[in-house]
Design a protein around this ligand. Structure first.
Ligand code: TRP
Ligand code: ZN
Length: 877
């Protein structure tokens, strides 16, 4: 797509400016005649004036990259003087009646659509992506989610090129046409917003299954993939059926069509899309074989398949009034997929993953130039607001609401929400109101969580009175200012907690386990009758998305060793490690010799003593906090020092515990064929955590072990873990392994992505040059979002030491990529800007270079509005 030039800044859309649509659409009858470079789209819309809107005789239709061929109102051609062509590509039609039929015909070019929004080609097959504003690239329409209509779609295409023709809803006829063409019709009985429209056509094969709903409805399930991928759909299909059953059991929500289709595509801007009855998925979240997909990939498939399925009720049947309400469907649906996945296996370990992801992606966003509330107040480009804040923090807010009102009332609230708002386009306020009405709990203050940006900081102090046995916990909160929100109010923070005795007895709980509710800036909580001063175990299960501080190293050590709550045990260990790593950073800068802190070593020794009790947990607890997480705790980041310290610790721990790691690595070999149950996944995770440490150990056979594991691995989890160790090293086996991996997998896009990523995140000092060279590799392709994320995204967001290379070359590389990409795919380009926006966190020299690159991007003529918004906000903050 050619980006339009930006002579003046693009307009900002404000939430407060919401007005109901002037016209409603009762039905849409679409006819698509597919041709690669010239697809014809005919649309008949049944329109009528919206009684809820003010009087208006002007119909506004959105449109983008459409060539208008004809326009008729109630069958009569519209005179040109009643039609205005808007600067943004839309149409304004004056003097329209109360109710009327509008026929339009347009031509579009799927082949020329590299934006991957609207109708596009991927590998010769046709796919659509309409969320958020892609439907306007298919036909003229009031392309906003509060216009809900019933759709009939007729698709016509060449039979040989496109044997499969799919649309929303249920199939409603098919037939032959002259010239080797054929057609199929789909009718969706449920009114829906245009962003849920979808068409898929091409040479795909179906993997089929069935599901019988609780009330006895038979649903035909199908996953459409390219020929040769049929054997890789089992996990996705299984995840789908489990999701359907879970939503019935947990929320009483049943599927509502005769068919549920999924189509997989390798060129896709995001993970997947919940189009009604026809989900479209990035192949990354469908295809899995043990030889090609890691345990993390299997986990991703289960998560995303369930997420999209759950949208059928939270998003599709009840949808968003406007895009500021995006978290209404996304936060709630992430909460639902997290809950589902936790129910399928180890809930505790799943929670650690979710929290780590929130901290890695959302906390920095909340502290950076793009910080915005879960319900934003304004945007320039809505695609920039599909963020960790809207998704992950939104899910945390739903989770807190559930813990405040209780599980039973939450379920009642969900029932009420759906009963009240089925087939409506509503707001976050409607959702909270349903929860309030169902529970009787006043959620007035709680609503601040949706309105206020920034991560609240929770501080703890405590005091113990020996004579009375009274223990006082003082909790205080504050939220730092964010762009446009200088002042913050206190938010209600549910603090799930317990008190741990200091006598070292495992899990010796003092009385008082409870959920405290911190509503004010500061509050005291007292506990009576304690024999000795306890250690407070706070935020159990990560009961609120806040940053906790105020515990001493000693207290953290007790919690890491003895808490009964797995989250606090894990987190205290991580916080302990962060504190020690920051101390080592100071040592390094003062040129003092680095030594392995004995407290940290003791924590690891304790973990290793009971390593296989819960292998998955041990693997998580053994991992050192990421470089970014440590750097985020410094007033000014020092990526070089943090990297050096983390590498030092990996080597020192690997050396100190080489014997135990080697024994575990040998013991935990997969006993039989590959399995993906929690136990087997945990064992592989722990085994590979050991290998990772052994690979850094000063002496010993870590690299030889990695080489052997690489050569004999029967699954991608073990193969990739071994390759990662080699890729980080100077081992002579490194180049051979990378070359062999490439030769073996060069025809499998998803595996090749891993080959790019593993080199992009390598700890080696020549990684920046390697990444620059890889950007010129024959297999690198700017038009494929997965490939761009695999190389450039992984490098910029996953390799801080090399991205922040003192030369500034990492910044320049990213800016060059953003500029080139903005002419190909503006959505993906804008999403790549993020790491440059963190310039305030860096020292003056780096900050200046980062700003200069942002400035260079900003000065490009014809920059897209999405990239413009990200870059200009990054510079302004
Ligand atoms: N609604 C999708 C989801 O979260 C997100 C999505 C898929 C999307 N493709 C997109 C958002 C393209 C914006 C643009 O499940
Ligand atoms: Zn979603």
């Amino acid at each position: 797509m050619i980006a339009t030039s930006q002579p003046s800044p693009p307009p900002t859309i404000h939430r407060e400016d919401y007005r109901p649509p002037a016209f409603l659409v009762d039905s849409v009858d679409l006819h698509l005649a597919l041709h690669p470079a010239a697809t014809r789209v005919k649309a008949r819309l049944a329109l009528r004036r919206n009684p809820a809107a003010g009087p208006s005789g002007t119909l506004e239709l959105d449109g983008e990259a459409l060539t208008l061929l004809g326009l008729r109102l109630d069958g009569a051609p519209l005179p040109p003087d009643r039609v205005r062509h808007r600067a943004d590509g839309g149409l304004s039609i004056d003097g329209v009646p109360e109710a009327f039929a509008l026929d339009s015909e347009v031509e579009i070019s799927p082949a020329a659509n590299s934006e991957l929004s609207g109708l596009y080609l991927s590998g010769g097959n046709y796919f659509t992506q309409c969320e958020a504003e892609g439907f306007r690239r298919i036909t003229f329409f009031p392309d906003r989610p509060d216009v809900m209509a019933r759709y009939t779609t007729t698709i016509e295409a060449d039979r040989a090129a496109c044997p499969v023709l799919l649309g929303n809803g249920n199939p409603d006829g098919a037939g032959e046409l002259p010239d080797g063409r054929h057609w199929a019709r789909w009718v969706d009985p449920h009114p829906k917003p245009s962003y849920l429209f979808a068409v898929v056509a091409g040479d795909l094969v179906a993997v089929r299954d069935r599901f019988t709903t609780r009330s006895g409805r038979e649903v035909a399930l199908a996953i459409y993939v390219r020929q040769g991928d049929e054997d890789a759909c089992g996990h996705a299909m299984d995840s789908l059926k489990r999701s359907m059953a879970w939503d019935e059991q947990t929320y009483g929500l049943e599927y509502d069509l005769d068919v549920f289709n999924i189509a997989a595509v390798s060129d896709f801007n995001m993970g997947a899309m919940e189009n009604k009855g026809l989900n479209v998925f990035n192949t990354k979240y469908i295809l899995a074989r043990p030889e090609t997909a890691t345990d993390a990939d299997y986990e991703g498939i289960e998560t995303v398949v369930s997420h999209e399925y759950f949208h059928n009720w939270t998003g599709n049947r009840v949808t968003c009034r406007d895009w500021f309400q995006l978290s209404l469907k996304e936060g709630l649906t992430v909460f639902r997929d997290q809950h589902f996945t936790a129910d399928q296996g180890s809930a505790a370990v799943k929670r650690l993953w979710d929290v780590r992801r929130l901290r890695a992606a959302q906390f920095p966003e909340d502290a950076g130039p793009m910080a915005h509330p879960v319900r934003p107040d304004s945007y320039v480009e809505i695609n920039n607001f599909y963020t960790a804040t809207v998704y992950q923090k939104g899910a945390e807010v739903v989770r807190m609401m559930r813990s405040l009102i209780g599980e039973a009332d939450f379920r009642r609230g969900m029932d009420l929400y759906i009963a009240r708002h089925d087939n409506q386009a509503v707001t976050i306020e409607d959702f909270v109101q349903a929860m309030q009405d169902a529970s009787g709990v006043d959620l007035a203050r709680f609503r601040r969580w949706y309105a206020q940006a920034g991560t609240p900081e929770l501080r703890v102090r405590d005091a113990f009175d020996e004579s009375s046995g009274r223990y006082t916990l003082t909790l205080s909160q504050s939220t730092p200012p964010t762009p446009g929100q200088p002042e913050k109010l206190p938010v209600p923070i549910p603090v799930r907690m317990g008190l741990i005795g200091t006598d070292g007895t495992d899990g010796a709980e003092s009385p008082g386990a409870a959920t405290l509710l911190l509503e004010e800036a500061e509050q005291d909580f007292t506990f009576e009758g304690l024999p000795s001063k306890p250690v407070p175990s706070l935020l159990r299960g990560f009961s609120a998305p806040v940053k906790l501080s105020g515990l001493s190293l000693e207290q953290l050590g007790v919690l890491a060793a003895h808490d009964t709550d797995p989250f606090v045990r894990w987190d205290s260990g991580q916080q302990y490690a962060v504190a020690e790593m920051l101390r080592l950073v100071r040592d390094l800068r003062a040129q003092r010799p680095l030594e392995l802190p004995e407290g940290l070593a003791a924590n690891i020794a304790a973990l290793l003593e009971r390593a296989t009790d819960d292998a998955a947990f041990t693997a998580e607890a053994l991992a050192l906090p990421s470089e970014d997480f440590v750097a985020d705790q410094m007033p000014v980041a020092d990526p070089d020092a943090v990297h050096a310290v983390r590498q030092f610790l990996r080597a020192a721990i690997g050396t100190r515990f080489a014997g135990a790691f080697a024994a575990l690595h040998a013991e935990l070999t997969d006993p039989g064929p590959y399995r993906i149950d929690g136990m087997a996944i945990g064992r592989r995770a722990l085994r590979n955590a050991c290998l990772s440490y052994l690979g850094r150990a000063e002496q010993g056979d870590g690299l030889l072990r990695a080489e052997a594991q690489f050569n004999t691995a029967g699954n991608m989890t073990d193969m990739l873990a071994a390759l990662r160790v080699l890729a980080d090293s100077d081992s002579p086996a490194r180049e051979a392994a990378l070359a062999r991996f490439h030769a073996t997998w060069k025809r499998d896009d998803l595996v090749l992505d891993k080959w790019f990523t593993i080199q992009a995140v390598s700890a080696r000092t020549d990684t920046l040059q390697q990444v620059q060279a890889l950007a010129g590799h024959l297999d690198f392709d700017l038009r494929n979002p997965n490939r761009v994320r695999a190389l450039v995204g992984a490098f910029a967001a996953g390799n801080p030491a090399q991205f922040h290379h003192a030369s500034g070359e990492g910044y320049r590389f990213l800016a060059d990529t953003v500029i080139a990409l903005d002419a190909v795919n503006t959505q993906v380009a804008a999403r790549m800007v993020g790491p440059l926006g963190q310039w305030k966190r860096q020292d003056a020299a780096r900050g200046t270079m980062m700003r200069a690159e942002l400035q260079r991007i900003l000065e490009r003529p014809g920059l897209s509005k999405g990239t413009y918004e990200k870059v200009s906000k990054s510079l302004a903050a």
